[in-house]
Design a protein around this ligand. Structure first.
Ligand code: SF4
Length: 240
């Protein structure tokens, strides 16, 4: 394998109580506040977010493939977006398995929801720290990122998580993240993908037909979608 794999573990976590109250729709004077704070305090104590990344260079590009260190990623959209890119940064960032070890009553869906929001906040912080670290270390300038399973289902199929993970060897051993048989990542608050310097304005949401998605960060771009689908014979398949 060409370039060194780096694991980041000393990632600062900002679990601000008032922001989390807002995120979880909890009023400070409500009966829920003290219950939430018990979970928050434990989360602050155990949270250990982690990230792994590597710098990698593209070996070759096919009609709808990109090969990196002998690993072939299959996605016409990815191939198209990487047209002028030679250097990429595969990554996996996670809230960490430690937060899954907080014991909550199995039937208390409200507390499960609170913990999930805490985990999401830890992941947001982890991802931001990883991006800052890469920006500073490699002076990346403008970048974009793409992930298996984001956008419409055939944009970069989620099954390609396996190939992305293979760029790191044993991701479970490195940062405790496992892939299920259906290619979901555990812990659930984990993200993976390729980040790369580019002058192109790109977000996966531009290739996603999903309506009313609360996470949408950019409008659907029909001309981008059409240009990637052109000549591929691929039919539009909407995210459900
Ligand atoms: S619109 Fe929503 S589902 Fe589609 S890529 Fe963006 S965040 Fe994901």
């Amino acid at each position: 394998m060409g370039n060194e794999i780096e694991v980041l573990t000393q990632i600062p976590v900002d679990l601000d109580r008032d922001s989390l109250f807002r995120r979880c729709h909890i009023k400070a004077e409500s009966e829920y506040a003290s219950q939430f704070e018990v979970i928050l305090e434990e989360a602050r104590h155990v949270a250990r977010s982690k990230a792994v990344y590597r710098e990698a260079f593209i070996d070759s590009k096919g009609e709808e493939t990109v090969t990196i260190d002998g690993v072939t990623l299959v996605s016409r959209a990815l191939r198209s977006i990487l047209e002028k890119v030679e250097r990429v940064f595969p990554y996996v960032a996670t809230c960490g398995i430690e937060l899954d070890q907080i014991k909550l009553p199995g039937d208390d869906l409200l507390k499960q929801f609170w913990l999930d929001e805490i985990k999401a906040t830890v992941l947001d912080s982890c991802r931001a720290n990883l991006n800052n670290y890469l920006d500073n270390r490699y002076a990346l300038g403008k970048t974009a990122s793409m992930s298996p399973g984001s956008g419409d289902v055939n944009v970069w199929p989620i099954e390609q998580q396996r190939e992305l993970f293979s760029l790191f060897g044993d991701v479970n051993k490195l940062i405790g993240v496992k892939l299920t048989d259906s290619y979901l990542m555990v812990p659930n608050k984990t993200v993976s993908g390729l980040r790369f310097p580019t002058e192109v304005n790109f977000r996966s949401c531009m290739l996603c037909h999903r309506e009313n998605c609360p996470g949408r960060s950019a409008p659907f771009r029909k001309e981008m979608w059409d240009s990637i689908q052109r000549d591929s014979g691929v039919q539009s398949t909407k995210t459900v």
